[in-house]
Design a protein around this ligand. Structure first.
Ligand code: GLY
Length: 324
């Protein structure tokens, strides 16, 4: 379906679209003579060298931060060995894989998709929502239909390995969604391009064996991701319910606005969660954050969290400090 016919069918006239201001603004893709070039970098949650290398190479070529981040995470969305993102992600308790993602650019434009079936590259789809609809979020069947209308191909996202793991889970689980430190490893990526513009992306299959229709923090702007080009950006991984309750990524950016470093801001966001859990929790939450000076912060509840950064053609994965 072409865009015009999609809009006609959806009842969204062009007049509706024309009054939606920022969604049409494409992030800059070329260097500007008005602003000095700076060293770009890509940073992502977890040990994902291929993804940050792809993003870093795109940034070195002058791509804008948002497109570089989407290109980076698309590697993990296609990676069948990654059981927490994209194709091959763990399904819900009915055995259906549903994906969530959001994007946010340096102008404050954002887009998100929630609980999407059959579409692998949901980060890219979230950008399409941002650019081609008057909305910020599309969910479920509406998001899938929109993807098909934009030329995305439907795929079976449940691999034989993920199906086998789900069948083993269903045998002994009492159909009870499980919270632990391992089953929700979202990929969040923040990029700063040659103009020093910040953008971010968050993509996930969500909590393994979640209830049908459950959506976590990852596609929720402010919770899973927040970008303010004047201040910095933050992204979350871990148990989405806890990140949503404290609007974690927005909180971190606001703390940086008040003068805290990215590290101190991530620590305070984790402590806000822990303040509601007097005993050592059995769930994990982790944040990474950057500010406009290129300072980095990262913190998690439990040990084991890492982030990966590509800068000046060098990729390193760092262990992150944690409370426990
Ligand atoms: N952070 C991923 C989720 O909870 O769905």
């Amino acid at each position: 379906m072409k865009r015009r016919s999609f809009l006609d069918k959806s009842g969204l006239g062009l007049s509706t679209l024309l009054v939606a201001p920022k969604v049409w603004a494409e992030p800059k893709t070329t260097n500007s003579k008005n602003k000095p070039l700076v060293t770009p970098y890509a940073i992502a949650t977890w040990n994902v060298p291929e993804a940050v290398n792809l993003a870093g190479t795109a940034l070195e070529k002058g791509r804008n931060a948002l497109d570089a981040a989407i290109e980076g995470v698309s590697f993990e969305e296609s990676n069948l060995k990654n059981t927490t993102v994209g194709k091959g992600g763990a399904p819900d308790r009915e055995g259906t894989v549903t994906l969530d993602a959001c994007v946010m650019d340096h102008l404050g434009n954002c887009g998100a998709v929630m609980a999407v079936e059959q579409i692998t590259h949901v980060a890219s789809l979230a950008k399409e929502v941002m650019l081609k609809t008057p909305h910020v979020i599309l969910a479920g069947e509406g998001a899938r239909q929109f993807a098909l209308s934009e030329g995305y191909l439907p795929e079976n996202l449940l691999t034989p390995e993920s199906k086998k793991a789900w069948e083993a889970w269903i045998e002994k689980s009492n159909y009870s969604p499980q919270i632990n430190v391992e089953n929700h490893d979202t990929i969040g990526m923040l990029c700063s391009d040659q103009l020093g513009n910040l953008s971010g992306v968050c993509t996930t299959s969500g909590l393994a064996y979640k209830m049908k229709g459950r959506v976590g923090d990852s596609p929720v702007i402010g919770s899973g991701l927040f970008v303010d080009n004047e201040v910095g950006a933050a992204v979350a991984t871990g148990l989405g319910e806890e990140v949503i309750k404290t609007v974690g990524s927005f909180l971190i950016v606001e703390l940086m606005r008040q003068g805290k470093t990215p590290q101190a801001s991530c620590e305070e966001a984790i402590n806000r969660i822990l303040a509601k859990h007097p005993n050592k929790p059995d769930f994990q939450v982790c944040f990474i954050a950057v500010d406009t000076k290129g300072q980095i912060g990262a913190y998690s509840i439990h040990s084991g969290f890492t982030y990966t950064i590509n800068k000046e053609n060098k990729t390193t994965t760092q262990a992150v400090e944690s409370v426990f």
